[in-house]
Design a protein around this ligand. Structure first.
Ligand SMILES: Cc1cc2nc3c(=O)[nH]c(=O)nc-3n(C[C@H](O)[C@H](O)[C@H](O)COP(=O)(O)O)c2cc1C
Length: 378
């Protein structure tokens, strides 16, 4: 079966199977962005169930862009922490990928101590969001360099590659979005100019990694919010990313079956006005445009082997699994041994049980439970 077959990336690295552990922020790092033992245990246990590759929780590249109390890849002081993380992620033999991000207008000032900075002075749709200041051209160049430096740190720390977080309304997504990016210089305006930042980051990361490590890019395939970028826009971006010889494009969806993108307000409040979903399916469309030049990774709502096969049937090469492995750390081992009936269907009722039995850091338990409906409960 194709899901258990190995996959060779452009860089020559090989994943033992088509399953990736999705990036899962635990919000549980030390205040200085170093990894905690709880986080290491969270990822070590899950990676050990046999993922071909494991993508880390997202790491900030500049202090001013922190959206979470998560890991940092922002300076040499983070190197030892990143080494520990890479080691835990690779303990069972899978490939270890560091995801890197900047929060832009959805960073948290209470973490950064700074006013938000973003492509333009336009507030996010999240309730209570404050208006960021527009970044200067120098700050934009510096942020691109910071992504490159984070990739260098990942290489030194022993990761097999880096995934650029270009999805889910973080800074790279904001530069690509006509809703968030109103700039009139080379970083905004036309579709071509809105692609300049994502492409410059991808180039900086590829340069820092060299040709033999994996460079991936996670993208939200369209914006649901009116006036947002379309699937056609994102296909143009993917075509350009594939030209940069990226190893994979990861398509971030709430549910891979129904083309529903992750909305900007996501779990933060009720529904917002949404554009109708596209007739074409993002995974299939991306696979068509990319045409084998990079791999396509699908995610969203994968809970069974059949789901994974369904995504691969739509054109994906790999699938990333998130909530199913939060809830059941041994999810993949159970799928592999055809014991799907024993997969845990939701988080237990009692909080201590969640943290202890499932190796979920206590802070993460709190934020998972603070968003009703996000994660199934028993
Ligand atoms: C607790 C939690 C943390 C997440 N953290 C990240 C993250 O750091 N980076 C990212 O790209 N996506 C993140 N996501 C999104 C997941 O990677 C995944 O795309 C999403 O949950 C949909 O897939 P699923 O239905 O398999 O969970 C997170 C999701 C959850 C539930």
């Amino acid at each position: 079966m194709v899901v258990w077959s190995p996959f060779r990336f452009n860089s020559g690295q090989q994943a033992a199977n088509r399953f990736a552990m999705a990036p899962l922020t635990t919000d549980s790092s030390n205040q200085d962005g170093t990894v905690t033992d709880h986080e290491l245990e969270f990822v070590r246990r899950r990676a050990a169930s046999g993922f071909g590759l494991t993508v880390s929780s997202t790491a900030y590249v500049e202090n001013d862009g922190r959206s979470w109390q998560g890991i940092g890849a922002a300076h040499r002081g983070h190197l030892a922490s990143l080494q520990r993380l890479a080691e835990a992620m690779r303990a069972a033999g899978g490939l270890a990928i560091l995801q890197i991000y900047d929060g832009g207008r959805i960073a948290k000032p209470e973490l950064t101590g700074e006013q938000l900075r973003a492509p333009s002075a336009v507030a996010s749709l999240r309730p209570g969001a404050s208006t960021p200041r527009a970044m200067t051209a120098d700050e934009i160049e510096k942020l691109i360099a910071s992504f490159g430096q984070a990739a260098s740190l990942a290489r030194k720390a022993g990761f097999d590659g880096v995934e650029i977080h270009g999805a889910n309304h973080y800074a790279i997504h904001q530069f690509f979005s006509p809703r968030a990016n109103h700039r009139a210089d080379k970083w905004g305006g036309t579709l071509a100019k809105r692609m300049n930042f994502p492409l410059a980051v991808a180039q900086a990361v590829r340069d820092a990694l060299g040709p033999k490590l994996i460079a991936g890019f996670r993208v939200t395939p369209l914006e649901a919010e009116p006036g947002g970028y379309t699937l056609e826009d994102a296909k143009v971006l993917c075509n350009e990313l594939a030209r940069l010889d990226l190893d994979y494009i990861s398509v971030s969806l709430d549910d891979y079956r129904n083309s529903r993108p992750v909305g900007e307000t996501r779990v933060y409040d009720g529904p917002i006005e949404r554009s109708p979903p596209p007739a074409a399916h993002p995974v299939t469309e991306f696979a068509r445009v990319i045409a084998g030049r990079s791999a396509v990774m699908a995610s969203g709502g994968i809970r069974t082997r059949k789901d994974a096969e369904g995504a691969i049937g739509m054109g994906a090469d790999l699938v990333a699994v998130g909530r199913a492995v939060v809830v059941d750390p041994e999810w993949l081992a159970k799928v592999r041994s055809k014991s799907e009936a024993s997969i845990l269907a939701g988080l237990p009722k009692e909080k201590p049980e969640i943290a202890g039995a499932l190796s979920i850091p206590p802070r993460m338990v709190d934020y998972l439970l603070s968003r009703p409906g996000w994660i199934p409960r028993l």
